[in-house]
Design a protein. Structure first.
Lengths: 192, 156
C-alpha cells in the first residue's frame, strides 16, 4: 500500500496545507510518522485509509465546524464508532436547541429510522459524497517509444538506466520497467 | 485487390515508473522537466520548427490507440522484453556496485548524466508528447511518419 506526503494530500483535496496539518495537530486525523535511519521524524505520511478518512472529514465539515465537529467525532469515538471509516450517515438529534449525536448508520438503516420515528428531529449527515474523491490515483507512468531500427536492446536498456540515474538525481528512488510491448505498424495492410 | 505493407519502422513501447508510488508521485514532474533538457538538444531543428511543434495535436490517446491496435504479441515480444529487462537489471546492479566502490561515480552531476544520455541517443530525434501527467517520450528517426500513420488511422 502506498503512502502520500501531506502536500500531495492537500493538493488532491484542494485544501490549504496548513489546515491539513492543523487537523493532524489537533488529532482529527492520525497519519503515520516516517523516521529516518537516525530515528528522527522525517515526514508525516498518509495511507490510503487516512486519505479516505480525510475525504469524509471534508464532507462532514460542510455541516459541522470547529468545536462542534470535534465534539461530534469525539462522542462517536467514545461510543465505539470511527465516523471517518464506517457507515454512510451520522445521525444527529435536535433536542431543545442542542444537537446530540446518535449513531452512524448505513443507508438503508437511516431510511428506516426516518420512517419509524417521524416525530423526532433527526438530521442525517452524509459521510460520503460524489464530489469527494476518496482515493488518490497512482501517478501515470511514462511511456518511452523506441524506433527499433535505431536502437538495440542494449541501447534501450542503457537509456532507461540513464533515466533511472537522472530520476535518482531529482530525488526519486529507481525506475522500474512496468511493461514492454512491440508495436508493428508494418502489420497494417492497405489496399492499393 | 493488391495489398502492400506501409514502410514504417518497428517500435518498442516501454512503460516505466518509480519503484515506490509515493516517490514517483513526488518526483515524476521533475524527471519530465529533466527529460525536457535532454530532448531540447535532439529535436529536429533544421527547418526552424521543432518536431514538438508539429506534434502538438498528438496526445496520449493516440499512443494508447497505437498500443491497442499495433501491438505484436507472441514470442518475439517476450524475447525482446526479457532481453531489455535482463540488461537493465544488470546495469542497475553494476551502477549500484560502482557507486559503492567509487564515491566519485555517485557525485557525477545531473548535467554529466544528461550529456551521457545525449551521447547514447546519438542523432535520434526525440520528443515529449501528451498532456501534463500523461507524457510519453518518442525516440525515433521517423517520428513524423509514425505520427502520420497514427493520425490517418485515428481519423479513419
Amino acid at each position: 500500500m502506498g503512502f502520500y506526503d501531506s502536500r500531495t494530500v492537500a493538493a488532491h483535496f484542494g485544501i490549504n496545507h496548513r489546515i491539513l496539518m492543523n487537523w493532524v495537530k489537533t488529532g482529527l486525523v492520525h497519519p503515520h510518522d516516517h523516521y529516518d535511519h537516525t530515528g528522527s521524524r522525517k515526514a508525516v505520511l498518509f495511507s490510503a485509509e487516512d486519505v479516505k478518512e480525510i475525504a469524509r472529514l471534508i464532507q462532514v465539515r460542510k455541516y459541522l465546524r470547529g468545536q462542534s465537529l470535534r465534539d461530534v467525532l469525539n462522542t462517536l469515538r467514545v461510543m465505539g464508532h470511527n465516523p471517518l471509516s464506517q457507515g454512510d450517515f451520522l445521525v444527529l438529534e435536535n433536542q431543545k436547541g442542542r444537537r446530540n449525536v446518535i449513531k452512524i448508520m448505513q443507508n438503508n438503516e437511516a431510511i428506516q429510522l426516518l420512517h419509524a420515528q417521524p416525530d423526532r428531529q433527526l438530521r442525517l449527515i452524509p459521510l460520503t459524497g460524489d464530489d469527494i474523491k476518496e482515493a488518490i490515483p497512482d501517478p501515470a507512468p511514462i511511456s518511452l517509444l523506441f524506433d527499433l531500427d535505431q536502437f538495440t536492446p542494449v541501447e534501450i536498456a542503457e537509456i532507461i538506466g540513464l533515466l533511472s540515474e537522472i530520476y535518482q538525481d531529482v530525488g526519486g528512488d529507481a525506475l522500474i520497467i512496468e511493461d514492454l510491448t512491440l508495436l508493428d505498424p508494418t502489420s497494417i495492410l492497405v489496399e492499393v | 485487390m493488391e495489398q502492400e505493407h506501409l514502410q514504417e519502422p518497428q517500435f518498442a513501447l516501454v512503460t516505466v515508473s518509480g519503484k515506490s508510488p509515493e516517490r514517483w508521485s513526488q518526483f515524476r514532474n521533475k524527471l519530465v522537466q529533466a527529460l525536457q533538457v535532454v530532448l531540447d538538444t535532439v529535436l529536429d531543428t533544421e527547418e526552424g520548427t521543432t518536431v514538438r511543434d508539429e506534434a502538438q495535436q498528438f496526445t496520449r490517446a493516440l499512443l494508447d490507440y497505437a498500443k491497442a491496435n499495433l501491438a505484436r504479441p507472441g514470442l518475439e515480444n517476450d524475447k525482446l522484453e526479457a532481453e531489455i529487462r535482463r540488461l537493465f537489471s544488470q546495469s542497475e546492479v553494476d551502477r549500484a556496485e560502482a557507486r559503492k566502490k567509487n564515491a566519485e561515480a555517485e557525485a557525477l552531476e545531473l548535467q554529466t548524466k544528461v550529456k551521457r544520455l545525449r551521447l547514447v541517443l546519438g542523432g535520434a530525434k526525440a520528443m515529449l508528447v501528451g498532456d501534463q501527467g500523461e507524457e510519453a517520450v518518442i525516440f525515433a528517426k521517423q517520428i513524423e511518419e509514425f505520427l502520420q500513420v497514427l493520425k490517418e488511422l485515428t481519423a479513419g
